[in-house]
Design a protein around this ligand. Sequence first.
Ligand code: PEP
Ligand code: CO
Length: 454
Amino acid sequence: MSSAWSGSASWSPSSWRDRPAGQQPEWPDEAALDRVLKQLATLPPLVFAGEARSLTSDLGRVAKGEAFLLQAGDCAESFDSFSANEIRDKLKVILQMAVVLTYSSGVPALKVGRIAGQFAKPRSQPTETIDGAELPAFRGHMVNDIAFTAAARTPDPERLLSVYHQSSATLNLLRAFTKGGFADLSRVHQWNQDFVASSNQGQRYEQVAGEIERALRFMKACGFDTESEPKLHEVDFYTSHEALILGYEEALTRKDTLTDDWYDCSAHLLWIGERTRQLDGAHLEFVRGIRNPLGVKLGPSSTADEALALCELLNPERIPGRLTLVTRMGAQNVRTALPPILQAVADEDHPVVWCCDPMHGNTFTSETGRKTRDFDVIIDEIAGFFAAHRDAGTWPGGVHVELTGDDVTECLGGAEALGHGDLDDRYETMCDPRLNGRQSLDLAFQVAELLRQG
Ligand code: PEP
Ligand code: CO
């Protein structure tokens, strides 16, 4: 296999350094940063290039309308709430959602976590002012800490190494869970956590789980060797995060010895956020040369021309699964802003995965001053996304959501009808409000219904 890949012409892992790079921290000590980046470059890759290729091929099936992408996880991972239970519970809820989607709609669900590397946040303002004191904004644990003190907010490059090691441990546990028996379909009941099981969605899930259990027993009784079928005992689970802090991503970018292509081995899929997707900017320059599958967020002001230019720049060879466009228009805009983009990309025959992020266009401040999102509005954006795709004849390929397995109170509404006054109870996110386990399952049932109708 040789690589004369056109996308890599005049590209190198550091060619982004000649372009304007938004959202980069002002590291106080360049020499210290340099030392850390050199060290990172010597550490083993977190993922293997062959896995990234498998994800591209799985996403290719999504692009063709044969599968559905579930991309989910934290807004920002934290150094403080790092534990086996937290990882396990997040995986449980994602596995539950995938089962609901697949069982109820008959469409296979491809599972990609916002996990094992999602530690850096773009900010709308570079600084934050409280009571007249101005400090650098919190940019995620990859950069600084959330406490409002000068020491905490000073960017510290040692954090890049901590991110590497926490990602490595997280990925290790995810691999153990997904390949070592925890994700076995015969354990489908055990993914239902107590606080979820007691809800309506939890009971509905129990029904689905019961039916799956009976189907497995039936297959066994018919003589199928269910024990030795790996697909029933293991799942493929991929990792993703926003490629924001480019020094870190560059340090983990390696040449694959099998193909001679470059891969960013910090995660399987990397995406570029709404704030850093400038066509001539450093972020797109960096990702155009790596062979991982890519995502790009598209907000409400995106134009059809921009979407086409992204397709041409990032996927000139039109490889299905190479590029996922994650639209986050806001429920109010999706029905008008999305159709012209879908049409333009379809007219040019670009094989993209269309994914709906119903979170980031629908954030507002609650009556009690909390950043929040309303469950019904989130569902409304997804419904608008499905409607736009039905009209355009394109495949509504997936959803991208911020969630946690924990029983938090960060988003309003849902079947438990969380109100403004409830948000203070267990508001634990370090950044954006996440769906809790019940709300996540509820969302999966509603998306499954939309898929069925389609
Ligand atoms: C995010 O995904 O956490 C994020 C910041 O999204 P966006 O770039 O769409 O605003
Ligand atoms: Co977010």
